[in-house]
Design a protein around this ligand. Structure first.
Ligand code: ACM
Ligand code: ZN
Length: 548
């Protein structure tokens, strides 16, 4: 009851304060990305000082209040007192719940005037997003009086899967760098970090039962320099040059627990990717018995796709993968495990007696159906552990596993097909979701990158819900994701260059209602926001600075 009267009082004060005064100047452009669903800026300023109190009406929001206080401590060297009753003097930030339960766990309302800031959120995630909005409104310089431009905001995301991916196999990024990446995701209200931990070029996750995965599979003896050359027959060229330098790195299980917890505080679910049946050469370098030929193999030193993949005819391959996945399930509390599934060449399976016997025994039509058998068998195991699988769109070939979600990367047709089959979908078509592509037309002025041209405005303009789906089918489009493959991204500074500010543009495509999006307005806000990126020493691409 006390909370409700407090709320009514706050709302009354808010309404009075938001009444338009005739002498008011037009509202300022606020540096908010992604743009909130509904926002009315005012010309009021709230001045946050060490006297400002936080009124916490429900202890469940304590972690988010701690997050705010720790932000204020780091950036302004101040910490606010947390109280449960209305203070007798001074201004305050009030955190409250609505007096109904609607299940809108990512929504928040934020009302502000010179005396009060009031957050109303049902879920902790909603409050967290509100705090990220507030943080974007704070000044960049360290000051004792933090002047915050006021606005009235009602906010909620357009999609439930707002993802960013990072390939830590082709190049390895330290625990601290991964945390920095997660900070960027949090700033833009992403809620999924897709962690590409395993590929032909390096196994990066410690698995207690199979220590050779990191002892051998995390290392490659050298790395190709630049782009691979191809002979006329389409085979890799003998002219490729290598750097002759041992390369490696992996995350211990403790590192992983630390990163998952770090992400959790920021309401980001970490989805680990354990590639199968292809992209598995680093694992097979350590455990060649799970291949079709028996090896020996070396962790891949070049880019591209290896012919050698897990043997689908050998039951012990499945036991090996299930034992790995059991440890993975224990480390990652989220619902989804990404099992890869992309670009599995079928040459070895065609020549393998065990794989061919499996095709006959299981009455499968061909190697595509063998892949479907492989994924379905792994899905059954993961479902038994309470997890759902998600895989690249090749898992549609030969038939989708019954409960699988699909990540559509070879364009959008896989996503459309999966949605029509009533399977959940994450859209991540190369254009515009691959952030390893060039950001400018003149490639000679850009650092080495893969493939084509994927500029900021294409990312911004992306609509993850494709035409041609019914309203019912569209509900299976959970959202979209930006992918940062790192063949040509050797250090974290280049991760920043390739992903920023395209990540900011994608965040708005995933959060803001489509009718509120406007590229010109986004660029204006990005120019203001870029000062925050400068302050954070982010190596972002600056092409937008010349755009009007
Ligand atoms: C992919 O880019 N191979 C998913
Ligand atoms: Zn085989």
């Amino acid at each position: 009851m006390k909370n409700i009267s407090l709320l009514l009082l706050c709302l009354f004060v808010s309404i009075i304060s938001f009444a338009q005064r005739p002498d008011e100047k037009p509202a300022k452009l606020l540096p908010l990305i992604p743009l909130p669903k509904e926002m009315t800026p005012s010309n009021d300023e709230f001045i946050l000082t060490d006297k400002t109190k936080i009124i916490l009406t429900n202890e469940k929001f304590k972690p988010e209040v701690n997050y705010l206080n720790s932000y204020l401590k780091t950036h302004y060297d101040l910490e606010l007192q947390v109280v449960s009753n209305m203070p007798s003097d001074g201004n305050y930030i009030m955190i409250a719940q609505p007096d109904f339960e609607a299940g809108w766990l990512e929504n928040y309302d934020l009302t502000m005037n010179q005396n009060q800031i009031v957050f109303i959120a049902e879920g902790n995630a909603g409050l967290f997003y509100g705090l990220e909005t507030l943080i974007q409104l704070m000044p960049l310089e360290k000051t004792k009086e933090i002047k915050i431009s006021c606005a009235e905001i009602k906010d909620s995301p357009r999609y439930t899967w707002r993802g960013m991916h990072l390939d830590c196999s082709r190049h390895f990024f330290s625990k601290e760098e991964v945390k920095k990446y997660i900070d960027y995701l949090a700033m833009y209200k992403f809620n999924v970090f897709h962690w590409h931990l395993v590929d032909d070029q390096g196994w990066r996750i410690e698995i207690n039962k199979y220590p050779l995965l990191t002892k051998m599979g995390s290392l490659r003896k050298e790395t190709i320099i630049g782009k691979p050359a191809w002979d006329k027959d389409g085979k890799p060229s003998k002219d490729d040059k290598y750097d002759g330098t041992l390369y490696g790195g992996f995350y211990t299980q403790n590192d992983i627990k630390e990163i998952v917890a770090y992400a959790q505080v920021r309401h980001i679910t970490v989805v680990p990717e354990i590639e199968m049946p292809g992209h598995s050469l680093a694992a097979l370098a350590a455990y060649p018995q799970y291949s079709c030929t028996g090896g020996p193999f070396e962790t891949y030193t070049k880019w591209g796709v290896s012919d050698d993949v897990y043997c689908a005819g050998n039951d012990s391959t499945f036991l090996f993968l299930q034992n790995i996945l059991a440890e993975v399930c224990d480390l990652f509390p989220g619902k989804y495990i990404h099992i890869g599934g992309d670009e599995c060449l079928k040459e070895r399976w065609k020549a393998c007696a065990k794989c061919q016997k499996r095709i006959v025994d299981e009455k499968l039509k061909d190697e595509n159906e063998l892949q479907s058998y492989f994924i379905t068998r792994i899905e059954k195991y993961l479902n038994s552990k309470g997890k759902q699988i998600i895989g690249w769109d090749e898992i549609l070939d030969g038939g989708l596993a019954p409960n699988a979600a699909v990540m559509s990367w070879r364009g959008i047709s896989g996503g459309i097909a999966a949605a029509k089959q009533k399977h959940n979908v994450v859209m991540t078509p190369g254009k515009p979701c691959y952030f390893d592509h060039y950001q400018a037309k003149d490639k000679t002025k850009e650092p080495l990158a893969i493939g084509g041209y994927n500029p900021l405005d294409s990312v911004y303009g992306y609509n993850p819900t494709p035409k041609g789906l019914t309203e019912e089918e569209s509900k299976f489009i959970m959202g979209a994701q930006g992918n940062v493959w790192t063949e040509y991204i050797t250090d974290f500074s280049k991760v920043e260059y390739m992903s920023m500010p395209r990540m900011a543009a994608l965040s708005e495509a995933l959060w803001t209602p489509i009718d509120k999006k406007n590229y010109k307005d986004f660029v204006s806000r990005l120019k203001l926001h870029s000062k925050a990126l400068d302050k954070m020493n982010v190596n972002y691409a600056k092409h937008f600075l010349n755009q009007k």
